[in-house]
Design a protein. Structure first.
Length: 93
């Protein structure tokens, strides 16, 4: 079954599904700054555009471009800044 997710008044939207590989979402985010929390380990890949990301325990932003992947561990918070619309894929383990 496909699940629709919407965050920050529609500025971030994704479609999620589960299969034998686990849970995956694909989504888009409008320009803005957002904070997210994790409940599992997450591997997030930028698929279009770019995002500035501040990972847990970091004090500086790092830019991720199309095809770059970053990891966020379970029960963590991270921040994302998009200066223009961007797209991503997230795999939950």
């Amino acid at each position: 079954m496909i699940k629709v997710n919407e965050y920050y008044d529609g500025s971030v939207r994704s479609l999620g599904f589960e299969n034998s590989d686990g849970t995956t979402t694909v989504g888009v985010m409008d320009a803005g700054e957002f904070e997210f929390g994790t409940s599992t380990d997450e591997y997030m890949t930028v698929t279009s555009g770019e995002m500035d990301v501040m990972l847990p325990g970091e004090t500086a932003w790092k830019t991720y471009k199309a095809f770059d992947t970053f990891f966020v561990g379970k029960d963590q918070k991270f921040r994302v800044k998009a200066n223009a619309p961007a797209a991503y894929k997230c795999i939950y383990k």
